[in-house]
Ligand binder design. Structure first.
Ligand code: GAP
Length: 514
């Protein structure tokens, strides 16, 4: 991560804590790494994101229904899904610093350093040649850039092969050959690379022992697969149909860093779409486009998203991609879209001995459906919103403000109700307005400090509208509505205030763009 990216992330972390979005978990006990608590504004934003996803998936599609499966499930589920045998990360310890790393991430970080060197060469050349600079030509001809690229390709190829073949010795050799040192201590004294299963386990009931071992789910998807027939039968669903679920997932990440990007306890919003075998690649394309469109309605900038198509497919997939977003630390995975074939349902048939098939009345035969999965991390989506909307502005009068320009339907507080001054009956009138609005929108009444400072506080938590009660209100029953982004004010009558604000903050305006 470059210094400016690192600074931006630090600012966002500080802002999130100061303004009640996100706190480090167990902070008074010095925290618990990679776990976070969402504060009063954070929980509101998170709930709105869940609602927007749910309405776009379940409410807007006649053939998608919801589910809320238990976190604890029968342990054989994780045998069938492959998580017990293969949900591993390769880890390596530094003998001197006693720090633990993911071996593949150490190598990827090394690759990023080479990429940064290429970027430096490019920016130096751009300065040297000025307007005549041709970036494509420079990239394809400059000897230093070409040598760096060759090195990147060679390392990437070896890394890929080592990971695919679980060749742990090769991973260690690569780390040693590249002279990769512990980023903390600088030591190159490494242990061998070992596989580390990412699932958390605990015991069921009061007896400990292997037979009572259960797992905290590492993905919500398996709860959907094992309920496939329950939902299909009870809802009389016909293929194609989808099951959507939002819930917590747990992974014992070896390196958990970059704030809420990689956590040990996080939330997923997943949808499994069951289709007729042979039609899966068309549906895969369909969901790729639909999910990208959903992201773009959030208004975070089209250029901040890209697809990353997987070239090395997992054994159960016949197509897969990520929707990547440009986080403060660069383009990273935000959502995965996978064509999972019939792998999961078939594996559960084998391990449970129960049929998980759909009877197609038109073809008069039963089959195991194929599955397209869309899987997005709610916390990553939260980080995308917060980091994109966090803005530091210098105003016309030279003063500074920090404003979080969240889309109004997602903002934690929709309107602040502010008496201009705390006298002449203005606070009473403002309280009356709060009572008028409170069953329709989440509002905040604030009468402390000068009006300018109150506006700044609301800007910092992303409140899109400030309703100010002034002396004119007492004369003609009108108030001003200040727009957070333009800072312009319009006067509206108190009688229409609720409907005006509801319209401005309605989720429907996002849904209609889909
Ligand atoms: N059921 C498929 C599945 O779980 P995944 O790519 O491992 O696929 C899906 O995870 C999404 O969950 C990711 O795109 C990411 O947004 C989120 N996610 C995964 N691990 C995470 C972590 N440790 N912290 C936060 N979000 C995570």
């Amino acid at each position: 991560m470059s210094q400016s990216e690192d600074n931006l992330l630090k600012k966002i972390i500080g802002h999130a804590k100061e303004y009640g979005f996100i706190y480090p978990s167990s902070e008074i006990y010095d925290g618990l790494s990679a776990t976070y608590d969402y504060g009063p504004n954070g929980v509101e934003l998170k709930n709105h994101l869940k609602r927007y996803w749910w309405e776009a998936m379940v409410q807007a599609n006649q053939n998608i229904v919801g589910l809320d499966a238990a976190i604890f499930m029968h342990p054989t589920i994780w045998k069938a899904s492959g998580h017990i045998d293969a949900f591993n990360d390769p880890l390596i310890d530094n003998k001197d610093s006693k720090k633990r790393y993911r071996a593949d991430v150490l190598i990827e970080d090394y690759l990023t350093k080479i990429e940064n060197k290429i970027a430096k060469e490019e920016s130096k050349a751009a300065k040297r040649f000025g307007e005549d600079f041709d970036l494509d030509q420079f990239r394809s001809t400059n000897p230093r850039v070409l040598a760096y690229k060759e090195k990147i390709n060679a390392i990437t190829q070896r890394l890929k092969e080592a990971l695919e073949q679980s060749a742990l010795k090769d991973l260690k050799s690569l780390i040693e050959e590249l002279g990769i040192a512990d980023p903390v201590s600088g030591s190159k004294n490494w242990t061998d690379v070992r596989q580390f299963n990412l699932m958390f386990s605990t015991e069921l009931g009061s007896l400990s022992g292997a037979s009572n071992k259960i797992y905290l789910r590492p993905e919500t998807a398996q709860g959907i697969f094992v309920n496939f027939l329950n939902v299909q039968k009870s809802g009389r669903m016909r293929i194609p149909f989808g099951i959507a679920q939002i819930g917590k997932a747990f992974r014992n990440e070896i390196i958990a860093r970059q704030f809420i990007f990689r956590m040990r306890e996080f939330e997923q919003m997943e949808m499994q779409y069951f289709v007729k075998p042979g039609e899966e690649l068309d549906w895969y394309q369909h969901w790729k486009e639909k999910r990208m469109k959903w992201h773009q309605t959030l208004g975070l900038g089209q250029d901040n998203y890209r697809f990353h198509d997987h070239l090395n497919l997992a054994h159960y997939a016949n197509a897969a991609c990520d929707i990547e977003y440009q986080f403060p630390m660069g383009f990273k995975e935000l959502e995965g879209i996978h064509s999972r074939t019939d792998f999961d349902l078939k594996a559960h048939e084998q391990h449970s001995g129960k049929k998980l098939q759909f009877f197609d009345p038109i073809e008069n035969k039963s089959y195991v459906p194929f599955v397209i999965e869309t899987s997005i991390g709610l916390d990553r989506l939260f980080l995308a919103l917060l980091s994109n909307c966090y803005t530091e502005e210098t105003l016309a009068d030279g003063s500074q403000r920090t404003v979080v320009k969240l889309p109004a339907p997602l903002a934690p507080i929709k309107a602040a109700i502010l008496p201009l001054v705390n006298k002449d009956g203005l606070s009473e009138k403002a309280q009356e307005l709060f009572e008028q609005l409170k069953f329709h929108l989440l509002c905040q009444y604030d009468s402390k400090d000068a009006i300018g400072r109150r506006y700044r506080r609301q800007d910092a938590i992303g409140t899109p509208y400030c309703v100010t009660v002034d002396h004119q209100t007492l004369e003609d029953n009108t108030v001003t509505i200040r727009d957070r982004d333009s800072m312009e004010q319009e006067r509206v009558s108190v009688t229409s205030l609720t409907s005006v604000l509801q319209e401005k903050c309605s989720m429907v305006q996002l849904l209609k763009q889909l």
